[in-house]
Design a protein around this ligand. Structure first.
Ligand SMILES: N[C@@H](Cc1c[nH]c[nH+]1)C(=O)O
Length: 395
């Protein structure tokens, strides 16, 4: 490798400066606070996991994983999501705790990006997992919690799209006969490449009726009435169950008062392949990409020998911050600038103010590079300079 430029960062890695950090942290506190109110307990897990277990259970594309070797020669990954690590914890350290478990997290995740991708390879997520509850009340609870968490940040005009991976799978396998061919089409849906999907369907050696059924999937978007059309498209038992799940989901969402926020999108296919049932995404402020997503994953826990039905979601803090475009105006600290003779007096004043909850910067005059810049940076600037006993406020 050629010598990297001194200021360059690895592909997809970002520096975050104080203005952004404060805005993001306010959002984090608001969303995490909502999760706490719903009784979710926060947990932390290591940044590194074994590739063989948690890494593969996370079920994203292998080329998106950051891999490294430990001293023993085992392959590790930088965690690409928190659902698999939490499943591991639920099945090990928390194995004596009865289901359902309500856990939450706030952490950074890693997904390697293509050089051209331009997307962050490290980002923060706040989210929850509700483990050991297979009811549609649980699906509704996590969607309602996601809505409350997003709303609590002040995000306006956000929408939630809900689908069911069981429906997509049933229809595709029903028409195509095998999972491999279904996989190709799932890939188009996952990439939201509907033009590619249509083109591919038209090329398939299928009857017009079957082609129309596959194309009909793309139309299954909208209000609850979509469910009628969905029933007509497939009579596969899994598809019927999916439609029934979604009907019940709307009852739950109505009870929470959030059904108006939710649009059905039956061609929703997620980036993680562990989903088995109701899936959903949150969109806000015309961002083209979802800023939150989640769903039911009833088969993941059995990979860790504690079979359980589960659902949950994650909110991307970076995307939410982008959608909110918070004014980067935060109350700034005041500043006491002092000369050596009055240092003790200045320190005593700062201590007093900090005890009162104020944020105070103490600055030795001799360490100041530009007095003009200092007075520009702080509106509340106090001088403890020279012999004068009383502090002057700089106007
Ligand atoms: N782990 C998922 C979100 C999720 C949490 N629980 C279920 N799904 C993600 O990173 O997109």
């Amino acid at each position: 490798m050629s010598q990297p430029f001194m200021f360059e960062k690895p592909v997809g890695m970002r520096d975050r400066l104080p203005g952004y950090f404060q805005a993001k942290d306010a959002i984090r506190r608001s969303t995490a606070g909502e999760m706490e109110k719903w009784g979710y307990l926060t947990i932390e897990t290591p940044t590194l996991e074994y590739y063989e277990t948690v890494g593969s259970a996370s079920a994203i594309l292998d080329q998106q994983l950051f891999k490294l070797l430990d001293q023993q020669g085992d392959t590790l990954v930088l965690r690409p999501d928190m659902t698999a690590p939490i499943a591991r914890v639920a099945a090990s350290s928390l194995q004596d705790q009865a289901f359902p478990l309500r856990l939450s997290y706030h952490t950074n995740l890693f997904r390697a990006q293509q050089r051209e991708g331009g997307r962050p390879a490290e980002f923060e997520q706040v989210g929850v997992e509700l483990i050991g509850d297979g009811t549609t009340s649980a699906d509704g609870e996590v969607i309602a919690l996601m809505a409350a968490a997003l709303e609590g940040t002040g995000l306006k005009d956000f929408r939630i799209a809900a689908g069911h991976i069981g429906f997509v799978n049933a229809l595709l396998v029903d028409v195509l006969g095998n999972d491999e061919r279904a996989d190709e089409l799932r890939r188009f849906l996952y990439e939201k490449n509907y033009v590619g999907y249509r083109y591919h369907v038209k090329q398939l050696p299928l009857s017009t009726i079957d082609k129309n059924r596959l194309l009909g999937l793309l139309k299954l978007r909208g209000g609850e009435s979509v469910l009628e059309e969905a029933s007509a498209l497939s009579s596969h038992p899994q598809a019927k169950k999916a439609v029934e799940d979604l009907k019940q989901l709307f009852d739950v969402l109505r009870a929470y008062g959030v059904s108006e926020l939710v649009t059905l999108d039956l061609n929703l296919v997620m980036h993680m392949s562990y989903y088995t049932g109701i899936v959903f995404e949150g969109y806000g402020n015309n961002l083209g990409v979802p800023l939150s997503s989640g769903g039911r994953y009833d088969e993941l826990l059995q990979k860790f020998d504690r079979p359980a039905q589960a659902t949950g979601f994650g909110i991307r803090l970076d995307l939410l911050a982008e959608a909110l475009q918070p004014s980067e105006e935060f109350p700034e600290p005041s500043c006491i600038v002092f000369s050596k003779e009055r240092r003790a007096e200045a320190i005593a004043e700062a201590v007093k103010r900090r005890k009162n909850g104020e944020r105070v910067v103490l600055q030795d005059l001799q360490g100041v590079e530009s007095m003009d810049q200092l007075s520009e940076a702080y509106t509340d600037l106090y001088y403890y300079i020279g012999k004068k006993k009383e502090a002057d406020t700089h106007e």
